[in-house]
Design a protein around this ligand. Structure first.
Ligand SMILES: Cc1ncc(C[n+]2csc(CCOP(=O)(O)OP(=O)(O)O)c2C)c(N)n1
Ligand code: SF4
Ligand SMILES: [Mg+2]
Length: 294
C-alpha cells in the first residue's frame, strides 16, 4: 500500500499515552493530505491540538462550539465555493461521540441534508472523556461511567445507520486497531463528492480501564468478537470489509467475554449481560447477512 510518509501532527501532543483517537487522527490526516481544512468541537481532540497560541497540526483547524461542527463545516465549504476552491480543498469535520451522536447531531444532519461536500469523522471512545467519563448515546451496554455508576442500561446508538438513512454516498465504520483499512477509507471518501461519514472505534486507556500498551489488542477484540464490524456503504450498497469477512461465520467470532473482560469499565460480566451482548451481536450479524444477500 502506498502510505504517505509526511506527518501532519507534530510530535508531543497532549493526548494520553495509547490514545486511539490520536492514532486515528494521524492516519486520517495522512490519507487526506495537506490540502485539508479541519473543524473540531470541544473534545479530547481539542486538547490534542494544544492551548491557544499553539497548534499541533500542520493543517488549519477551526475550533467550533460543541453543537456546531456540521454547521461550521458548511460555512467553510461556502467560503471555499465562493473562491472556487471547493474541489481542491477537502473539508474535514472531526468530532467525538458526544459531539456527534448527542450534541452535534442536528448540525450534522442539517449539513448532510444540504449536501455539504465534506468528510465527517466521529472517533468513538464511547463516552464524554474530556470532562471525566460521562455516558453518551454511544456508550455501550453495561459500561461504567460517572453518570452510569451501575453500568449503562441500554445499547449504543447505531450512528452509522442514522447517517445512512440520510441517503449519502459514503458511510463507513473503522477502528483504530486497523490503521490501513482506516487510511483507505479516508482516501476513498476524499474522492467522492457530497457528504461522507466515517465512524471509528477509538479505544481510550483511562476511560475504558486498560493498559495503554493494549490499545491495538482491545480494538482488535472489538472486531474479532463481532461487536464492531468493519464495513462501507457506497451509494446504498453494503460491503463488508476484509478484516470482518470471516466473522460472518459465527464459529469464527471470539467470545464477547474476551472483549468485555479486558476493560475495567465492564464491571458486571454476569449471565444477563453476556446474554444481552450475544443477542445484540447475533442480531447485528443477521442484518449484515441480509444486506449482503440483497
Ligand atoms: C456546550 C458545551 N457543553 C459542554 C461542554 C464541556 N465539554 C467539553 S469536551 C466535552 C466532552 C466531549 O465528549 P466527546 O464528544 O465524546 O469527545 P471526547 O471528550 O470523548 O474526546 C464536554 C462535555 C462544552 N465545551 N460545551
Ligand atoms: S482520555 Fe482517552 S480519548 Fe482522551 S486523550 Fe486520553 S486516551 Fe485519548
Ligand atoms: Mg467521546
Amino acid at each position: 500500500m502506498d502510505l504517505r510518509e509526511e506527518e501532519f501532527i507534530y510530535p508531543g501532543t497532549r493526548a494520553c499515552a495509547g490514545c486511539g483517537m490520536a492514532l486515528i487522527y494521524r492516519m486520517a490526516l495522512k490519507a487526506l493530505g495537506p490540502k485539508t481544512i479541519g473543524t473540531v468541537p470541544a473534545s479530547c481532540l481539542t486538547v490534542l491540538h494544544g492551548m491557544q497560541g499553539f497548534c499541533s497540526t500542520k493543517i488549519s483547524v477551526l475550533h467550533t462550539p460543541f453543537a456546531t461542527t456540521g454547521a461550521a463545516a458548511s460555512g467553510i465549504l461556502g467560503s471555499l465555493e465562493a473562491k472556487g476552491l471547493d474541489d481542491e480543498i477537502c473539508v474535514l469535520a472531526f468530532a467525538g461521540d458526544g459531539g456527534t451522536t448527542d450534541i452535534g447531531i442536528q448540525a450534522l444532519s442539517g449539513a448532510v441534508e444540504r449536501g455539504t461536500n465534506f468528510v465527517y469523522a466521529c472517533y468513538d471512545n464511547e463516552a464524554y472523556m474530556n470532562t471525566g467519563v460521562q455516558r453518551s448515546g454511544s456508550t455501550p451496554l453495561g459500561a461504567y461511567s460517572t453518570t452510569t455508576p451501575g453500568g449503562k442500561t441500554t445499547h449504543k446508538k447505531d450512528m452509522p445507520k442514522i447517517m445512512e438513512a440520510h441517503g449519502i454516498p459514503y458511510v463507513a465504520t473503522a477502528n483504530a486497531a486497523y490503521p490501513l483499512d482506516l487510511y483507505e477509507k479516508f482516501q476513498k471518501a476524499r474522492k467522492i463528492k457530497g457528504p461522507k461519514y466515517i465512524h471509528i472505534l477509538a479505544p481510550c486507556p483511562p476511560g475504558w480501564g486498560f493498559d495503554p500498551k493494549d490499545t491495538i489488542k482491545i480494538g482488535r477484540l472489538a472486531n474479532e468478537t463481532g461487536f464492531w464490524p468493519l464495513y462501507e456503504v457506497v451509494d446504498g450498497i453494503f460491503y463488508l470489509s476484509k478484516k470482518s469477512k470471516k466473522l460472518l461465520n459465527r464459529e469464527n467470532r471470539k467470545p464477547i467475554q474476551d472483549y468485555l473482560g479486558s476493560q475495567k469499565r465492564f464491571r458486571d460480566l454476569g449471565e444477563n449481560i453476556i446474554k444481552a451482548y450475544n443477542e445484540y451481536i447475533d442480531n447485528l450479524w443477521k442484518n449484515i447477512e441480509k444486506r449482503i444477500e440483497e
